[in-house]
Design a protein around this ligand. Structure first.
Ligand code: SF4
Ligand SMILES: [Zn+2]
Ligand SMILES: [Zn+2]
Length: 453
């Protein structure tokens, strides 16, 4: 699913064919469109669109262009509009010193009053900023600590500002402008910003992406924005869609994928969500809370754990992926027979497999599972976590003897000729250097540091 977070579908350009525009959006895989109002009259239109189209959500607010008549009493109307269940934000609001259609002071007081409203009713705000970077930043900064979250739409300020916004937990979106010939600076921004804070938008009817530039823009074209982001960031189209949609879910609470995912693509590989069960209870493991990776909900009840055949159907041709990785929010070897059956299928069909594990598989299965691996498991990645036995036990809330178990498992895998990588999470208090020494110098395996969020 992909989401267009900014489309002014109430513009007269859509009067003739809005039904078809929405149908085309659905056909393109768009699950939600956020339509931000620009003045009180369009707030009313936005509400009507929310009622008429299932995939339309609204934002209500006064655009900086329309603030010349700004009156504090507008807040009462906006608050009333915001009560509609499909209104998910206050917007679009902000500052525009390029066109200067409204006096600066009016723009600023309207902007502040609407941010106050957003913060008091716990809705995010959609921000328009054109040539007003410093004032926009100063005003947003003044809301730090209030819990207010904002979405900077059609972003074209500096990377430094973008990083500051992201560090405050705000979100940024780009339009078809990232496809324009002379937009190298914006593409550079896209390249440098973390996808976990980016969203997609069209800004319809404006900002039509290449190759449709010059025509009226519409939500279906958000696909081209996603494709461009995938190209710039070297990600797959599916990953851009799922991660940006998840960001929309986090900010606006819409478009969540409620069904749990049994597989999820990441980089060029396909990850297999085998179980949420685990024999450990690591302090840094979030499997009991959100269990979401890149927009894929990996919550899996024991009663819903599928058989190997179901995963095999989802994998299809394993050669499409760099590797098939057994990894989820749980310890895959708890379902070792299922892992093995899937691996046999993958190997028989020309694919590669990797097992990510805590290294307790033989203990869990009460037998040496490593002897099953040659020919079926191509690589094993073991969570070393730390070189210290006591710290291992504390981190995993498990008996110290499991540290020895994990070390001996890793050694056995290596001796069977399967490449092993041991990993640690770069949390404070972890002695990375000693962990590296243990893995590389003592055990002779590879070593990797995973980042801790
Ligand atoms: S071993 Fe892995 S799945 Fe199990 S609790 Fe630790 S981090 Fe979570
Ligand atoms: Zn705008
Ligand atoms: Zn807009």
């Amino acid at each position: 699913m992909l989401i267009d977070t900014h489309a002014h579908l109430f513009y007269p350009n859509f009067n003739e064919d809005l039904d078809q525009v929405v149908d085309r959006a659905k056909a393109a895989g768009i699950g939600a469109i956020i339509v931000p109002a620009t003045n009180l009259a369009s707030c009313e239109q936005v509400i009507n669109l929310c009622d008429k189209y299932d995939i339309v959500y609204g934002a209500v607010g006064i655009h900086p262009h329309d603030t010349s008549e700004w009156d504090e009493a507008y807040i009462i109307s906006l608050e009333e509009f915001a009560k509609h269940k499909k209104v998910v934000a206050i917007g679009e609001i902000g500052l525009d010193y390029y066109y200067d259609f409204s006096p600066k002071e009016k723009q600023i007081s309207a902007f502040r009053a609407q941010l106050d409203l957003a913060s008091s009713i716990n809705l995010p705000a959609i921000i328009h900023n054109r040539l007003s970077d410093d004032d926009t930043m100063d005003i947003i900064l003044s809301y730090c600590g209030t819990g207010l979250k904002v979405h900077l739409h059609c972003y074209n300020a500096s990377l430094e500002h973008a990083v500051r916004y992201i560090s405050m937990g705000h979100y940024i979106s780009f339009t078809g402008n990232i496809t324009f010939k002379k937009a190298d600076d914006i593409r550079e921004l896209v390249k440098n910003l973390n996808i976990d804070h980016l969203m997609l938008e069209t800004d319809s009817p404006f900002m039509t992406p290449v190759p449709m530039r010059g025509e009226r823009n519409e939500p279906a074209n958000v696909k081209l924005v996603a494709e461009k982001i995938a190209e710039i960031k070297g990600m797959t189209y599916e990953e851009v869609c799922s991660r940006t949609s998840y960001n929309v879910f986090k900010l606006y609470g819409i478009g969540s994928e409620s069904k749990s995912s049994l597989t999820y693509p990441l980089h060029d590989s396909l990850y297999i969500n085998i179980t949420n069960r685990c024999n450990a209870d690591c302090v840094f493991c979030s499997r009991k809370d959100e269990a979401v990776i890149n927009g894929y909900d990996l919550k899996l009840q024991k009663s819903d754990e599928p058989q190997a055949s179901e995963y095999i159907k989802l994998i299809g041709d394993p050669k499409k992926y760099k590797e098939i990785v057994f990894c989820g929010y749980g310890e895959s070897t708890i379902r070792w027979e299922v892992v093995l059956e899937i691996s046999k299928y993958v190997k028989a069909n020309g694919g590669k497999t990797r097992l990510n594990t805590n290294g307790h598989g033989s203990y869990i299965n009460k037998r040496n599972i490593v002897s099953d691996m040659p020919g079926f498991i191509d690589e094993v990645s073991v969570s070393l976590n730390t070189y210290s036995r006591t710290q291992y036990a504390e981190l995993m809330r498990i008996d110290e003897k499991m540290f020895d178990e994990m070390i001996s498992f890793s050694r056995t895998v290596k001796e069977s000729g399967i490449p092993v990588t041991m990993t640690v999470v770069d949390m404070p208090d972890i002695d990375i250097e000693n962990a590296r020494k243990l893995a590389v110098e003592e055990l002779g395996v590879s070593f990797r540091i995973r980042s801790y969020f």
